[in-house]
Design a protein around this ligand. Sequence first.
Ligand code: UDP
Length: 327
Amino acid sequence: MKVLVTGGAGYIGSHVVRQLGEAGHDIIVFDNLSTGYRWAVTCGELVVGDLADEAAIAGLFSEHRFEAVLHFAANIVVPESVENPLKYYSNNTRNTLNLLKAVEQHRVPYMVFSSTAAVYGMPEETVLTEDLPLAPINPYGASKMMSERMIMDLAAASSLNYVILRYFNVAGANPDGLLGQATPEATHLIKVACECVTGKRDGMSVFGTDYDTRDGTCIRDYIHVEDLAKAHVMALNYMADGGRSRVLNCGYGRGFTVREVIDVVKRKSGNDFPVQETGRRAGDPAALMADNSRIKKVLGWQPDYDDLDTIVGTALAWEKIWQERQG
Ligand code: UDP
């Protein structure tokens, strides 16, 4: 299939592009390189451009006849979205609208959208099904929820089919050390801990130790980026086989506490970096895990890397490669 991958030079997008290439797809990556990298595009062609630029989108769609659009390009830092909400409504929501105008005009049949568990907000349940009410508690989650809604409404009014994937906590890296998370100023737990190992950071904080969980710290469902990438390739096959539009959680359905994650990073690296216990971070629910029965049933998806040691091991290996490469 001829596919457009927005944000294909970023962390998750670049892993998906690689798997799409291996599956034989013809790929155009569209990325403004704000947090992505040229080297991360290992298959297909990179077009540098911004989804705010409707003329650039029009040019792209008139040059190529896309059968599918995979839309990753977005800002993803929750605290930044609270401080600068309009950046998120511009780069995430409005730019999705810009893209959808071209999808509609050129009658692109298939779309895969990167959404997030942040659309659920602070649910009372700890294992989340796709049917829960959406109640995001920050502009990031709201910007993604609004994008989901636009995609659903366009699909209802046209021949567009979609798979919306709601990601839980994505981590890890390509097991061959070819790709990984290179985002500057990353805030995610496993990345932060790995940066402590390489010495990029002197230490880290545990945000809150008084949650109602087995050790008082928050529980999250960490999913390996290669398993997540595989779900995208399967979503395309599913739609090409006539599958109807779906919203699917992407997680393993089990969780680890912040302390458990840090312990694995320390054990696997042999580095006992300093960890400080501080107060809760605003907007953190105690526990979030995916009910993943739907994605397993609909796509036939099964994880290959459902193991915290493997996730952390690949993240650590990548972090060392990335630090050395930067000097
Ligand atoms: N966390 C932490 N220290 C850090 C980064 C994250 O204690 O330096 C905690 C955070 O409070 C949350 C969990 O780790 O409970 C996962 O946070 P992350 O930012 O990785 O993902 P989120 O679940 O917020 O999307």
